[in-house]
Every structure is written in structure tokens, then in C-alpha cells.
Design a protein around this ligand. Structure first.
Ligand SMILES: [Zn+2]
Ligand SMILES: [Zn+2]
Length: 252
């Protein structure tokens, strides 16, 4: 809206542009805060936005001891069952929360409900418990351009920006998703890995920077780890010295 347009004229102008229904709902949302995206409770305290305090409190943290892959483990067996039998291309990683309700609903609202502003709150909650590898450069897990057009944003990119703002780390958008893949959520573990093969590449302008660099891949959820492993492998093949990852949540 033009800076010098009187407010009343501005609302009328917006009304004619957006339709009065949209305007009424925009005006109401200023007066009546929207309910919690998880439980539907009215958001009451002034610092609550999108998610109520009690839903944040119920988010299930992944507490140490943790395996190198972020899976809970025990003092006596430091590696989880998967890491005993497999070698992974990443050097280690952390996820702050178990990917279960109510955090799962928060992440759904963030990714699929068009609420990129939730990245700030999610990043703050993550950084209260775990962080990116010290001194590393953040690399958001890329989305395909068509997915970004549909959604309007890349969730991993929004999270990376919020984490960079808090930690002072640099972001390199060093990876590109060159091929659209089926949604990982539709596939089983084995199909997820093959679905992603050859889907990512290092952006041409970052090829030099990747060589010898230390990186932390950032994503919202570590489900089977197939995406993180594929991205780590592409960075390692391009000469990265170390690749860690940081996600808001993971399956265990
Ligand atoms: Zn709630
Ligand atoms: Zn493990």
C-alpha cells in the first residue's frame, strides 16, 4: 500500500483488490489471534504466535546419550543399530525433537500450511538444545524449483536463515535439486534412497567453496535419513572436508 494513502482509503483500496471477505478475515485476524495450529486453543499470551505454550512444552526432546546420527542410544552402546551395520557419508548430526505430535503438527503447519514465519520459533527451540557444527557453513537441503513455486518457500532455507541469524554462521545455498522426485512421504525406506539418487548437485558457483569446506546440512525432519545421506554424499564427492546435519525433528 502507498505510504501516503490515508488509512481508510487504503482499506477500501485493499477491499476492492482482495474482496471484502478476504479483507474482513484479515481485519479479524488482527483483532482475534488465530488459534494454536496444533490443539486449536486460543492464543492468549502476547508472545504466543501460531503455537500455544503448552504444545511447545509437550514437544518430545531427544536427550543424550545420542548416536553420531542423532538417534538415542545408551552409555554402554554409543552407536545405534543402524550405525553399527552401515557407514554413512555424513560425519554426524543432531535433531532436537522426536517427530511426533504435537511438534509434528507444528512442522506440518510450517511446511504445508504456508507459515514460513514459524521458522524463527522452530529455530529458537532447536538452538536451545542442539546446534550446527561449530565453525561450519550452513547448507539448506534444497527443494526442487517447482516445489518452491507451489509452496512459496523452501522450509530448509527459512530454517537456515533463522539459524544463521542466531548463530552468525554463513549460509551457502551450495546444493540444487535438479530433478523433481516423488514425495518421500509416499515411499518406503528402500524406495526413498533410490528415488533420490542423482537428484542433487553442487551449484556451479559453489564448486570451489565446497572443496575443503565444513558444512552443516539443515532440514526440517530426518525421516529415514535418505535425503541427508544423499546431500552429504554429493558434498563429500565434491571435496567437502566434513558434513554434519541439523534438523528440527527426526523419527526414531
Ligand atoms: Zn496448542
Ligand atoms: Zn546411529
Amino acid at each position: 500500500m502507498d505510504q501516503d494513502r490515508p488509512a481508510a482509503v487504503g482499506w477500501m483500496w485493499m477491499g476492492s483488490r482482495l474482496g471484502w471477505d478476504a479483507l474482513t478475515s484479515a481485519a479479524l485476524s488482527v483483532i482475534l489471534p488465530s488459534p494454536c495450529v496444533c490443539c486449536g486453543a486460543a492464543l492468549e499470551s502476547p508472545h504466543e504466535r501460531y503455537v500455544c505454550d503448552s504444545c511447545w512444552v509437550r514437544a518430545v526432546r531427544l536427550k543424550p546419550p545420542l548416536c553420531r546420527c542423532g538417534h538415542p542410544t545408551s552409555e554402554t552402546t554409543p552407536l545405534c543399530a543402524a550405525c553399527i551395520t552401515n557407514t554413512y557419508p555424513y560425519d554426524g548430526g543432531r535433531s532436537a525433537f522426536h517427530y511426533v505430535s504435537p511438534l509434528r503438527e507444528v512442522i506440518h503447519a510450517f511446511k504445508y500450511g504456508g507459515r514460513p514465519a514459524l521458522a524463527r520459533q522452530l529455530a529458537d527451540r532447536v538452538l536451545a538444545h542442539v546446534g550446527p557444527e561449530s565453525g561450519s557453513t550452513l547448507v539448506p537441503v534444497p527443494s526442487h524449483a517447482s516445489r518452491i513455486r507451489e509452496r512459496g518457500f523452501n522450509p530448509a532455507d527459512e530454517l537456515s536463515r533463522a539459524i544463521a541469524a542466531s548463530t552468525g554462521l554463513t549460509i551457502h545455498r551450495a546444493l540444487r535439486k535438479k530433478r523433481k522426485t516423488r514425495a518421500q512421504a509416499e515411499l518406503g525406506a528402500r524406495a526413498r534412497a533410490t528415488n533420490l539418487q542423482g537428484a542433487f548437485e553442487v551449484e556451479r558457483r559453489y564448486r570451489g567453496a565446497v572443496q575443503g569446506g565444513n558444512f552443516t546440512l539443515v532440514d526440517d525432519v530426518y525421516t529415514t535419513g535418505a535425503t541427508i545421506r544423499e546431500c552429504a554424499s554429493v558434498l563429500k564427492d565434491a571435496g567437502a572436508s566434513s558434513v554434519h546435519f541439523l534438523t528440527v525433528a527426526r523419527n526414531i
